[in-house]
Ligand binder design. Structure first.
Ligand code: AKG
Length: 269
């Protein structure tokens, strides 16, 4: 598809050496979230991530989607692509990353990662609203979603579904974040809009069959007009945008609070 030029901030991206993935053993930090949910973080999982970012921007058939919402049609505020279980991924490196993740998490997850969903956030106006991933949020089983982040650093916001303080993790170029345990059932996550972020970000979400089936995730009901399609940053971004409070620094700043966001609706379930 014809796509508007995507802004990249090369000076902010650091990725040396050959394109590859680092070993996960000993490199992953787990943060228990409560209610049986956790996140794992592995900064710099992908090496030479610039190459992968550029290749994905060029080669992925990004879709600009619209969703029907009540009596209107709403633009999904990010571009999407999806690869069902068994489909060839758009870059060999993603196959390598998925295999490595499958090996590392096999004993805990009990099965490999299967599908891959991709999001392209063209700039800080693109976002994903608060949600737990479709299907898994209603499943009694624990599961995992492994997310590779490429390009601009964006806050990854999490908050308990039942209410209470959330946290923001700064996820940068080449970083890996894995949501596990009950996270899709008991916690919500979002990529808030931000006025600070000028560059593009790609996320690659690997999901197992357990809790998801073989299809990559699709747009969420949470992507409704007041929540997601206002390009003025006046929704979730402005309410709980850590960047507006200057938390654009070190990754993994789990201490950054998200109290404003806790006032948000329990959207789109
Ligand atoms: O871009 C991300 O890191 C999160 C994407 C996400 O939550 C989703 O597509 O369900």
């Amino acid at each position: 598809m014809a796509m508007d030029p995507v802004v990249v901030q090369p000076s902010l991206l650091h990725s040396d050496g050959p394109l590859g993935v680092r070993a996960l053993t000993g490199a992953v930090e787990r943060r228990p979230l409560g209610d049986g949910a956790w996140v794992d973080l592995c900064p710099g999982f992908v090496t030479a991530a610039d190459q992968l970012f550029d290749a994905l921007i060029e080669s992925v058939p990004w879709r600009d989607e619209r969703v029907h919402m009540y009596d209107s049609v709403v633009r999904v505020p990010r571009l999407l692509a999806g690869y069902a279980a068994g489909e060839t991924l758009p870059h060999a490196m993603l196959e390598t990353a998925r295999s490595q993740l499958s090996v590392h998490y096999r004993s805990e997850l009990g099965e490999p990662f299967a599908s891959a969903g991709l999001c392209l956030y063209r700039d800080g106006r693109d976002s994903v609203a608060w949600h737990g991933d479709r299907v898994a949020r209603d499943s009694p089983e624990d599961t995992m979603v492994a997310i590779l982040s490429l390009g601009a650093r964006r806050p990854f916001a999490l908050r308990p579904r039942a209410g209470g303080a959330g946290l923001r993790l700064q996820i940068g170029h080449g970083d890996l974040l894995v949501m596990g345990g009950s996270c899709q059932r008991t916690w919500l996550h979002a990529i808030p809009k931000t006025a600070r972020c000028l560059g593009a970000r790609i996320s690659v979400q690997f999901r197992p069959l357990k809790g998801f089936g073989d299809r990559p995730s699709r747009p969420h009901r949470a992507d409704r007009p007041h929540q997601a399609d206002r390009a003025d940053g006046a929704d979730g971004g402005a309410r709980g945008d850590g960047a507006a409070r200057g938390d654009g620094g070190a990754r993994g700043d789990g201490a950054a609070r998200d109290d404003g966001a806790a006032r948000d609706d329990r959207d789109g379930r």
